[in-house]
Design a protein around this ligand. Structure first.
Ligand code: NDP
Ligand code: GDR
Length: 323
């Protein structure tokens, strides 16, 4: 029997990699396509699956469309990746972030409970829920302290996923994923902003790169590795929560060094600190402990930060050249 999966947020970075993974495994892949005035299928084209997935018009904030799509797809596995996912924007649009990133998850959980309670559910939780960290290395048992409207909305969705599992016996899992990047990362996120700028500077199309807090530390991995952990969670007998991380943390400053050095440049000659880019409340450092994912899922990150940044810089060099 062909297995089928439904992905919200299919047009995002993780959606494109997860679609590729599931198509390769022989799944029938369905996706929720939110109406936009511009084309949002470029990532699905990039991973070569745009003609292999079945797209349904809908919005994560709209219960009736979610019920219809859950019914139509008859999905065995439902991956909730849809979100307003940029932390910076969550301060200027806290209500939209709450509606999409927080209540959106509950909308989908309810659609599944009504239309297909046998399906398995994945919630895209985040290390941003740890925020002001309570333990130097964060695991599934570390207390949460979100520092942005985005983190607060994700924490609500996280607990509602657990609550639906415990209240209604749904097979619902929450992946607490640390930052993961790729050439398909949105340009507003710091790694892509840096690799794009390094490529432009190398090709004489830009001189400076304005950044905010470059002393912040993140545990960065490759999105292609991380989507495998999502799938593995839904292959377990019961729903559970897992930290997915590399176990190494690096400053934004050092990540800049790696990116610029790839092109024979010194980041210090080009990076300018812009106080306007500092956040109202910062998550200074994140470092995940992926031991549970390794033990129970057999998952660990295989791409190093140096390999990841090289992949991104090289892709941006090619793209900037073509422009
Ligand atoms: P992206 O920002 O690349 O993708 C977000 C997706 O959500 C897009 O497909 C977007 O559609 C969709 N979306 C936004 N609003 C709605 C809506 N109202 N209805 C339906 N779809 C909507 O995120 P990533 O791929 O990087 O991340 C995937 C998920 O994992 C997100 O939930 C994110 O918060 C979470 N996460 C990400 C991490 C990371 O480091 N990447 C780490 C931890 C968690 P459109 O293209 O039309 O805008
Ligand atoms: P983050 O990613 O907030 O961790 O959320 P982002 O790349 O935006 O920021 C990482 C760190 O870099 C600092 N920083 C800058 N960030 C941006 N975007 N632009 C800058 O110019 C800049 N200068 C310094 C930030 O202050 C921060 O400390 C990502 C998203 O994918 C979330 O959806 C996800 O949940 C988390 O990762 C885990």
């Amino acid at each position: 029997m062909t297995r089928s999966a439904l992905i919200t947020g299919i047009t995002g970075q993780d959606g494109a990699y997860l679609s590729r993974l599931l198509v390769d495994k022989g799944y029938e892949v369905h996706g929720v396509l939110a109406r936009r005035s511009t084309d949002t299928l470029w990532r699905l084209r990039h991973t070569g699956v745009v003609d292999d997935v079945i797209l349904h018009d809908g919005d994560i904030t709209d219960l009736s469309s979610m019920i219809r799509i859950v019914e139509k797809s008859k999905a065995h596995e439902i991956y909730n990746l849809a979100a307003q996912s940029f932390v910076g924007t969550s301060w200027s649009q806290p209500l939209l972030t709450g509606a999409v990133t927080g209540l959106g998850a509950v909308t989908l959980l309810e659609a599944m409970r009504i239309a297909n309670p046998q399906a398995r559910f994945y919630q895209a939780s985040t290390s941003e829920m740890f925020g002001q960290i309570r333990e130097p290395v964060q695991s599934e048992t570390t207390p949460f302290y979100p520092r942005s409207p985005y983190g607060c909305a994700k924490l609500y969705a996280h607990w509602m996923t657990i609550n639906h599992r415990e209240s209604f016996g749904l097979h619902a899992s929450s992946g607490i994923l640390f930052n993961h990047e790729s050439p398909l990362r949105g340009i507003e996120f710091v790694t892509r902003k840096v690799t794009d700028a390094a490529a432009r500077i190398k090709q004489g199309k830009q001189k400076q790169l304005k950044l905010g807090n470059i002393d912040a530390k993140r545990d960065w991995g490759f999105a292609g590795d991380f989507v495998q952990a999502m799938w593995l969670m839904l292959q377990q007998e019961a729903g559970d929560d897992f930290v997915v991380a590399t176990g190494r943390t690096v400053t934004v400053r050092d990540m800049c060094h790696i990116a610029f050095e790839r092109l024979g440049l010194n980041y210090e000659d080009h990076v300018v600190i812009d106080p306007q880019l500092f956040r109202p409340a910062e998550v200074e450092v994140l470092l995940g402990n992926p031991a549970k994912a390794k033990e129970k899922l057999g998952w660990s990150a295989t791409t190093t930060l140096e390999e990841l940044i090289a992949m991104m810089v090289d892709a941006d060099m090619r793209r900037v050249e073509r422009e």
